[in-house]
Write a protein that binds this ligand. Structure first.
Ligand code: MG
Length: 290
């Protein structure tokens, strides 16, 4: 007769990947439900970023150190959503983590809801900053990283920003400051979906070559397919080992990922979805096990 260990051994990597893929699908499903509730939402971005959010927030499998029942726990990793319009995806991730109840997602955007249409820290547990005025997340991450280090708190700071935020001078000012202060506890994650409010990124302001730029600013830069969960995990493993200064995970993602008819639709910052298409989108969700 064998004894049973009170602590489960680490799950094989393939099982973790399968669970994270299922979590990403649930995040997409939840975002589509919220989109249907309001008849609108930045659904293209939400579908594109779902895999990234899953690897951070999936309950029991995510990268973040969190206590879902205590979102103010001082030992938590700080995850800053500077792109407030990604809130529809972020709320789905918070539900996945267990910070907010799944059923609450259907209040999205309504009066008295804790889930406003753009991310705001005063409303939502687990929302560290108010986003939407772009280009401020990395500066806040820098200050938090300095403060945590000063206090001897080993928590890490992550800032999810968009490729459009790389147009902001404040982002690069913060990048210089993080490198200057050798903030190994700060990681930027850039959602490179190639699109921003004024059109395709290359036509608005050329930001490439991104890896070279971040490295020139003193960052450890890793670039991965942001819709490939094993690649995301490998990137995060590499970044976790790099503690001498800040790191950036540059993630190439696809707008509308997971719903074929939205993935191939003409790209638009605010992708229109007709009333009858929300259910059709959920029916088309790739990898859907439910
Ligand atoms: Mg973008």
């Amino acid at each position: 007769m064998t004894s049973v260990s009170p602590v489960s051994p680490p799950a094989p990597a393939a099982e973790r990947v399968a669970r994270l893929r299922a979590a990403a699908t649930r995040i997409r499903r939840s975002a589509l439900i919220m989109g249907e509730v309001q008849g609108q939402g930045y659904i293209g971005q939400a579908l594109g970023v779902a895999d990234i959010l899953a690897v951070f927030y999936a309950h029991g499998d995510g990268e973040l150190r969190l206590r879902p029942e205590d979102p103010e726990w001082d030992g938590r990793d700080r995850f800053l959503l500077s792109i407030g319009h990604y809130a529809i995806a972020f709320y789905a991730a918070l539900a996945e983590a267990g910070t907010i109840p799944l059923a609450e997602l259907e209040t999205y955007g309504s009066d008295e809801s804790r889930l406003p249409m753009s991310g705001m820290a005063t409303y939502t547990p687990g929302m560290e900053i108010s986003g939407g005025s772009l280009g401020h997340g990395l500066g806040i991450a820098c200050g938090l990283g300095l403060g945590l280090r000063y206090r001897g708190n080993p928590a890490r700071v992550f800032n999810l920003l968009s490729d459009g935020e790389l147009d902001e001078g404040s982002t690069w000012e913060a990048a210089m400051a993080c490198a200057h202060h050798e903030l190994g506890n700060v990681t930027a994650i850039v959602d490179v979906n190639g699109l921003q409010a004024d059109g395709p990124t290359p036509g608005v302001l050329r930001t490439e070559p991104l890896v070279d730029k971040w490295r020139a600013f003193g960052w450890h830069a890793v670039r991965v397919d942001g819709n490939d969960i094993p690649a995301l995990l490998d990137g995060l493993d590499e970044i976790r080992e790099h503690t001498g200064g800040p790191s950036v995970l540059i993630c190439d993602t696809r707008i509308g990922r997971g719903v074929p008819f939205l993935e191939t639709r003409e790209k638009a910052h605010f992708m229109p979805v007709a009333e009858h298409e929300w259910q059709a989108a959920r029916d088309q969700l790739e990898g859907d096990q439910q």
